[in-house]
Design a protein around this ligand. Structure first.
Ligand SMILES: [Zn+2]
Length: 195
């Protein structure tokens, strides 16, 4: 908690930088429509990068349970919104997270929270996917973990190649999901079926 307070988001600084950016683009920062834009942008960045200030252990605190359950746990279609670190443009889509417990499970609602912590930072999709898998691995020590993300990248859709319908898929697969084709196939089958 003290940590977060010490690293309070520099709203005023971002506000000034945004005003400079608007001027550099050629905008009139006194124009009514964008007069409050620097403040709004600063507040938006505070939210969109709030994952930096969140501590995984605080989020998971008290939500890991001893349990004999040893079948696959799957939370699929978790919406996420992130910013690519190359263009500061959004990429967004869905994440599917599965693990096979080895004596420990985590409260299901915590899995989307873990996704948000890593999505609300400047990211590349591959690293975000890996970080989610590594976190499950570290705190649950499961028999296996598999994470797949599907995303649309505004930096591809709005500029450059302008491929509107392309989506990128990244995966991180560990333990039994890597070693056992049947378990892996079951996971990929489950995430491909609707609802
Ligand atoms: Zn990009």
């Amino acid at each position: 908690m003290q940590n977060i307070k010490a690293n309070k988001f520099p709203l005023a600084k971002i506000e000034r930088l945004t005003k400079n950016l608007l001027t550099a683009i050629g905008e009139d920062t006194e124009r009514e429509g964008i007069l409050k834009t620097p403040r709004r942008v600063a507040k938006a960045y505070e939210y969109l990068t709030s994952g930096y200030g969140k501590d995984i252990e605080t989020v998971l605190n008290g939500a890991i349970f001893e349990e004999k359950y040893d079948e696959m746990v799957l939370v699929k279609n978790i919406d996420f919104f992130s910013l690519c670190e190359h263009h500061l443009l959004p990429f967004f889509g869905k994440v599917h997270v599965a693990y096979i417990p080895n004596g420990k499970i985590v409260g299901l609602s915590k899995i989307p929270r873990i996704v948000d912590i890593f999505a609300r930072r400047l990211q590349v999709q591959e690293r975000m996917t890996q970080e989610i898998a590594d976190t499950i691995e570290k705190y649950l020590k499961p028999r296996g973990v598999a994470v797949v993300s599907e995303a649309s990248h505004m930096c591809m859709m709005m500029r450059g190649v302008e491929k509107q319908n392309s989506s990128a898929i990244a995966s991180a697969v560990h333990g039994v999901f890597q070693e056992d084709a049947r378990t892996r196939n079951e996971f990929f089958h489950l995430i491909s079926v609707r609802a």
